[in-house]
Design a protein around this ligand. Sequence first.
Ligand code: 4AD
Ligand code: MG
Length: 462
Amino acid sequence: MKRTRIDRIFDPALIGSEVSVMGWVRTRRGNKHVQFVALNDGSTIRNIQIVFDMSRFTDDQLKLVTTGSSIHVTGQLVESQGKGQTCEIQADTLEVFGTADPETYPLQKKGHTLEFLREKAHLRPRTNTFGAVLRIRSALAFAIHKFFQERGFFYLNTPLITASDCEGAGAMFQVTTLDIDNPPRTEDGKVDYSADFFGKPTALTVSGQLEGELGATALGAIYTFGPTFRAENSNTPRHLSEFWMVEPEVAFFDISDNMDLAEDFVKYCIGYALQNCKDDIDFLAQMYDKDLPERLRFVIDNDFVRLSYTEGIEILKASGKKFEFPVDWGTDLQSEHERYLVEEHFKKPVILTDYPKDIKAFYMKLNDDNRTVRAMDVLFPTIGEIIGGSEREADYDKLLKRIEELDIPMKDMWWYLDTRRFGTVPHAGFGLGFERLVLFVTGMTNIRDVIPFPRTPNNAEF
Ligand code: 4AD
Ligand code: MG
């Protein structure tokens, strides 16, 4: 079907030409002489106004044109008389694809709360807010590929079904074809996974990193970008059970190279969105958060502060602030601590490094002090942790020792250890939570509102 996309219609060169538009009706108003319809086709936050001269259309025709209905209009694009739009369409023909009964269409009225719209996740992409968020999300995904491809990184697809728990947190969704009501059992009464589909227990991956390291130690520099799954029962505005992660992994890279890459990378993505999603960002700013464009620019224009976990703990202790979770060397930072450092103390994004080994995953490179590892977390205003990464332990014996200390089953890890047995190299990488980036760029405050169909505990309806 030949149509003019509404995002391309505001081109002054088109004035006077015949156009054909298709989309969903946002509003209709007017009188018995003239009717005005605001039409949106999802290509832009902007609606095109269509003017129906009622001497050429019947009331019965226009009656079907209600909020949410889908129509096809042809007519001439003319300069607009009214305020707020540069051009409008003088309708010649009208075809109604589908009606939307005003009595039952859930988005009949404007101004629904985000909570209400979460219950209508199947239709919310048709609202201004979710249209804007989803277009920004798409642009950010493109920016991610563009950033890495332009720098010679190869896109590596890592498996979603896996037998290893990369982060060691034990929060995995099991994948099985066994009859869970009546699984086969071994003589000692345990479930017999040798009879399962893969001949062993498997789960959905929490990270593509381990396989990413295999790629990096062959191709030099890779990135993954795919869904990851975590069965933690975290009902917070920053956690999803299914989220998308971007994981670059680079050979011949140390932690300071890794920090430079992470900082360049997020700045690039935010800059790309500012340049390419102006209308949508301006709309979200106007609706929800006036400071949004300024906050985005601020992150791009300033160097991130880099300091160690130990220094961070000292600042938090000296702050005199009452935190819900006490601060002590050796405990993991909560988002209230991360946000204090970023929003109140430094007023800039922060990269914290060299965390205690006991609160980080087994694969991180051990420092000479024997108690901290070369971890790096990038902390952002309003978000807290947006990136987690590290230099990796490249020494076979040290890595093996760590695997044994943590009781990680060797049968799951032999292939990973082979990277250190054969041609091991210094290497590093990180993981960016894609939805946390989208949260930051859109100024939304709940992660459920930046992914089309959120998966959270007790929620997999749509
Ligand atoms: O810090 P995490 O757990 O690190 C890893 O998974 C490493 N394997 C990454 C690597 O070095 N290649 O997760 C990385 C990022 C976090 O900083 C956060 O932004 C996001 O993933 N994240 C989540 N986002 C949404 N919902 C969740 N439940 C998340 N858990 C982590
Ligand atoms: Mg982390």
